[in-house]
Ligand binder design. Structure first.
Ligand code: LMR
Length: 394
């Protein structure tokens, strides 16, 4: 039965974790997967999460089934975080939000929904994009194409190419846009870019799908949702996938959400009914634990403040590691100052696949073969080891 099944290639990001775990070198460093480590090199358990956990355990709640669309107070809190508590869309009940299995789960629900109910066939992702976007949408049955985004010469945005490519897309193409902290490049759009993109998607009748997995790692929780709020204010229909994996350090709990902006409360009701069928036929209903913790934090002003301060600390620590990298690499023949201008967890370092290979084999430093490194895994103890190794391989 299984004799003809071919061996699949290792996942370009999570596969690195497997290789890293199997590496017996004591001084190995994992800059592959997008995970925030603290100054001591540990994945933090946030204080706000710890407090919510204590409350949850003390309540001794039974492990019942959740509603198909998840915890209601969680879904509502997600909406406020993304669209703003005072959004007219929320007042008019035009937004549908369902709890999902992380941001990836939200993307897959969205993909299935577009395929089944909107006859979607084409999707466009940035070049480059998160490694899993292409695989996820092609597995869901879409033709996946690229739109220009990154300019390798300037380490910045290829603005002209971006706008020209978006304008050339056929109507009804689903366009995946990174809401903030572009993964993998760390090159973000400014407010005027977003305004222009909004004009294009309206004029060309494209379907925007904003993927925002790093809210709070750019400028602030509120500012990072600028694009979502801008699109919302225009009244158009669009999709948003969001995640608390990174911002709550809840990776393994799979806490995300899919939100759809519709034209009316009536539209929203029908959309929700179908989305629930998509969920039910995939995994029935979502898990309780992580979403319950997030809901407790987001709905309690004191815990919210604690969380937002902790997130600020993470964001600022990453920025200081960027500056440290730039300082350590100042003597290199090539310019690395762009690392301090990028934002979010990643730096698209410009290292070639061969150089990344050499980092792994010679120094036990793991990075994605595209040259993406996770700056959030650096700390004052390992940053010099990493930059010294980079100076050796380039
Ligand atoms: C990443 O890009 O490293 C993260 O989003 C983790 C993942 O699922 O790939």
């Amino acid at each position: 039965l299984f004799a003809n099944i071919e061996l699949a290639p290792r996942d370009p990001i999570l596969g690195l974790n497997e290789a890293y775990q199997a590496d017996t070198r004591a001084n190995k460093i994992n800059l592959g997967v997008g995970v925030y480590y603290d100054e001591q090199g540990r994945i933090p358990l946030l204080k706000a999460v710890q407090k919510a956990e204590a409350e949850f355990v003390a309540a001794g709640a039974p492990h019942s089934y959740l509603p198909i669309d998840g915890i209601g107070s969680y879904d509502q809190a997600v909406q406020k975080l993304l669209f703003g508590a005072d959004s007219f869309l929320l007042a008019e009940k035009r937004v549908v939000t369902v709890q999902s299995l992380g941001g990836t789960g939200a993307l897959k629900l969205g993909a299935d929904f577009v395929k089944q109910f909107l006859n979607g066939t084409d999707v466009a992702i940035s070049n480059p994009s998160w490694e899993n976007h292409r695989a996820l949408f092609s597995t869901a049955g879409f033709n996946v194409r690229d739109y220009s985004y990154y300019d390798a010469d300037t380490h910045g945005l290829n603005r002209e190419g971006l706008f020209a490519d978006l304008k050339a897309l056929p109507a009804n193409t689903l366009v995946i846009l990174h809401g903030c902290c572009h993964n993998p490049t760390g090159v973000d759009l400014d407010t005027e870019d977003w305004e222009q993109i909004l004009d294009i998607v309206q004029e060309k009748q494209l379907i925007p799908f904003i993927d925002i997995a790093y809210q709070g790692f750019g400028d602030s929780i509120e500012d990072d949702a600028f694009a979502v709020k801008l699109f919302a204010a225009s009244g158009i229909n669009f999709f948003v996938s969001s995640s608390f994996s990174k911002s709550f350090s809840l990776y393994g709990e799979r806490v995300g959400a899919l939100s759809l902006v519709t034209n009316s409360a009536d539209d929203a009701q029908r959309v929700l009914s179908q989305l629930k069928r998509v969920i039910r036929t995939n995994y029935s209903n979502p898990p309780i634990y992580g979403a319950m913790l997030v809901s407790k934090v987001l709905n309690n002003p004191e815990l919210y403040k604690l969380w937002s301060d902790e997130l600020k600390g993470m964001r600022e620590r990453i920025k200081s590691m960027r500056n440290q990298m730039v300082a350590n690499l100042a003597e290199a023949k090539q310019d690395f100052s762009f690392i301090a201008k990028q934002c979010g967890m990643f730096s698209y370092s410009g290292l070639t696949a061969d150089q990344v290979d050499k980092l792994r084999t010679d120094y036990g430093i793991y990075a994605v073969s595209t040259g993406r490194i996770c700056v959030a895994a650096l700390n004052t103890n390992n940053v010099k080891t990493v930059t010294d190794a980079i100076l050796q391989v380039i």
